[in-house]
Design a protein around this ligand. Structure first.
Ligand code: SF4
Length: 679
């Protein structure tokens, strides 16, 4: 007899609700949950084919020390002994966690509490650093808190939607369906601002093929244009915003970086449609000026008063299922917990709340710096959870080298044999989607339950439970004696009282007394309401801040005359450890293709379907060529999913450099100087 269970998708930050019908021991029928407000029953190809990925093929089912099976006691005793010895000799900052947006909020909460309150370091960072850290930094600068001021409902009510650096039709397909529905129902205009003519751009009313990293110049020019047309909301600016002296008035109508006619068409659309939502994603965030891009977008919305009301606002859409939960509990190295910073008072409050003996002194290492520290031996103990940095980090060859040098590498994962797991001294089997149980927060701040469909296979355990067991071995058992995932959630919800006390809007305190049964039955809810900044920003004084941002100079290196952009394919996810299991999903694109403009292909002697070598200062990789006039001349594109082991070449993340946005620490995956040659 089939069992129906409501849960959420394993993949992107849209956070779609799923009705899963468990039909056998490891089989499930997947359908969209018609009652879930993120998707109202719709799913994309990745979500629809989740049932093809729940088998046990390739799973890590037992703790392993080296290549040998070990018991949980033996593996965790060894990990704890190694961490204790490392801290005793080198201090708490010689150990680190590198975690993932695949973790549930309860896993994240326990990992963060353990590292920042008990181990005494803030060296916990997450693969979300590669996804949306620039949006977080932009929110913090503008609003005083990491707040997305919109929800998906605003897409239904906007008259104009700007998509910046987002191939939404492929990467957030259910949001795309919602945009398409709004266009059909009410004639919503759509502009795509993206260097590539993607599948999304092809369907827009206007495609603005901005140069890589040209967004700040474009949005500054738009702001100047709205000022010159008399369309700034002067009352909103005066009463609700702090504006850097002379910034708006001083903006000259500089070169927007796109043809005059394109800019004029864009400006006309923006001027005519005050109900405007700007969705921005990795194309904006994954940049050495990603934070400035976010603020350039937010500036335009603040200056025109297009925020805090239906159908208007800047809206960061993010990558992973737990798009926001990790940010909320403190999974980034530059946040303490629950939107708190590292001031003396905030640290003291967190220490008291946790009864923590070793509250960290300040921010920890962000992802790129963290792997540099592993490489040069400053971090000697690293625990990687639910992610595969040997493939996904920029300059992945360097990261692989760093992992191989690490004195103690612990990996908790679902799969036995990822590129990262292969280098681990200790491997710990974690629960996969379909076995995990807890909460996630999607891109619109909606908290939903992810529920277990199957019992834990082998000796696999929940990440939060593994961490609690580890903490007990470190001597901190009482603070990690959670009776279950509901108890972890209650403690997190209660801790948001500290956020409120410090003037933040993250407030889940009304969830802090849920019973276990109520937690189990928890319906999706949005914290902060539809427009959480409507009553003021979280800065002292309650005003939002425009930030003076200026285009970063683009360096030209004659040795690398082209610009390499990396991104996603429609039917693959991250490093393919899950979607690679689905035969159906693998049919969409069977191998990674190098997209090249015809003029560049002709100059370099590349043939469509032939092989080419892409070289950057970080490394080189081979790809099959796809000549495409959807590329700007001078720009290359490759997908990010493949590893050496899956194809002869095609490993994209060997190529991007370790250069990051100075504020957010997010790597610039989108504009790596490169050259290409036929092979
Ligand atoms: Fe899953 Fe995202 Fe697709 Fe929804 S849009 S089904 S959350 S991958």
């Amino acid at each position: 007899m089939a069992r129906a269970i409501r849960t959420t998708c394993a993949y992107c930050g849209v956070g779609c609700g799923i009705r899963a019908e468990v039909t056998g021991e490891r089989t499930v029928r997947i359908a969209g949950d018609p009652e879930h407000p993120a998707n109202f029953g719709k799913l994309c190809s990745k979500g629809t084919h989740l049932g093809e990925t729940v088998g046990l093929e390739g799973r890590l089912l037992h703790p392993m020390i080296g290549k040998a099976h070990a018991g949980w006691d033996e593996a965790l005793d060894l990990a704890a002994a190694r961490m204790r010895a490392t801290i005793a000799e080198h201090g708490p900052d010689s150990v680190a966690f590198y975690v993932s947006g695949q973790l549930l909020t309860e896993d994240y909460y326990v990992a963060n509490k353990l590292m920042k309150g008990f181990i005494g370091s803030a060296n916990i960072d997450t693969n979300s650093r590669l996804c949306m850290a620039s949006a977080v930094a932009a929110h913090n600068r503008a609003f005083g808190e990491d707040l997305v001021p919109c929800t998906y409902d605003d897409l239904d009510e906007a008259d104009l939607i700007l998509l910046v650096g987002s191939n939404t039709a492929w990467c957030h397909p259910v949001v795309w369906q919602r945009i398409e529905a709004a266009r059909a129902a009410r004639g919503t205009k759509l502009v795509v601002i993206d260097p590539r003519r993607t599948e999304t751009a092809e369907q827009a009313d206007l495609h603005v093929a901005v140069a890589p990293d040209g967004d700040v110049a474009l949005f500054n020019a738009l702001l100047a244009e709205m000022r010159d047309r008399g369309l700034l909301d002067t009352a909103f600016l005066a009463n609700r915003c702090e504006v850097p002296e002379g910034f708006v008035d001083g903006l000259a109508a500089r070169d927007p970086g796109v043809p005059h006619a394109t800019f004029a068409a864009l400006a006309d659309l923006v001027a005519a449609h005050p109900r405007m939502v700007t969705l921005f994603s990795q194309g904006a965030n994954q940049s050495r000026s990603g934070t400035d891009k976010g603020n350039a977008i937010i500036n335009l919305h603040l200056a025109t008063g297009r925020i805090n009301r239906a159908g208007a606002g800047p809206f960061s859409i993010t990558g992973q299922p737990n798009a926001m939960g990790g940010r909320e509990v403190g999974g980034l190295a530059n946040t303490l917990a629950c939107h708190l910073g590292f001031s003396g008072e905030e640290r003291a409050d967190a220490a008291m709340f946790w009864n923590a003996p070793n509250i960290c002194a300040g921010p920890g290492l962000k992802a790129v710096d963290l792997f540099r520290a592993v490489h040069d031996g400053r971090v000697k103990f690293l625990w990687v959870m639910a992610t595969n940095p040997a493939v996904s980090m920029p300059d992945a060859g360097f990261v692989r080298e760093a992992l191989a040098r690490c004195e103690t590498l612990v990996v908790s994962d679902v799969m036995a044999d990822t590129d990262t797991a292969r280098l681990a001294h200790i491997r710990l089997p974690a629960l996969a989607w379909g076995e995990k149980d807890g909460t996630v927060t999607n891109s619109e701040r909606r908290v939903s339950r992810q529920r277990a469909l199957f019992p834990a296979p082998g000796e696999a355990r929940a990440d939060w439970a593994i961490l609690c067991d580890f903490a007990r071995r470190m001597g901190w058992g009482r603070a990690f004696d959670f009776a279950g995932n509901a108890a972890v959630f209650r403690e997190y919800a209660a801790m948001t009282a500290l956020a409120v006390r410090h003037g933040r809007k993250l407030d889940l305190t009304d969830q802090a007394s849920l019973s276990d049964a109520e937690f189990d039955a928890l319906e999706p809810f949005i914290w902060g309401g539809a427009h959480p900044l409507a009553k003021g920003a979280s800065h002292a004084g309650g005003k939002a801040r425009l930030i003076a941002v200026h285009p970063a100079p683009i360096a030209h290196d004659p040795a690398y005359p082209l610009r390499l952009n990396t991104g996603r394919y429609r039917d693959q996810w991250h490093t393919m450890t899950r979607t690679g299991l689905s035969p159906t999903l693998s049919q969409h694109r069977r191998e990674p293709l190098l997209e090249v403009h015809p003029a560049d292909a002709a100059r370099e002697g590349l043939a469509d379907g032939g092989l080419a070598r892409v070289t950057t200062a970080a490394g080189e990789s081979l790809f099959r060529v796809a000549i495409s006039d959807g590329q700007r001349p001078g720009d290359l594109f490759v997908p990010m999913h493949w590893t050496d082991e899956m194809a002869s070449g095609g490993r994209a993340n060997r190529l991007p450099l370790q250069e990051t946005d100075p504020l957010s620490g997010q790597p610039g995956f989108k504009d790596t100087p490169a050259r290409v040659e036929a092979v």
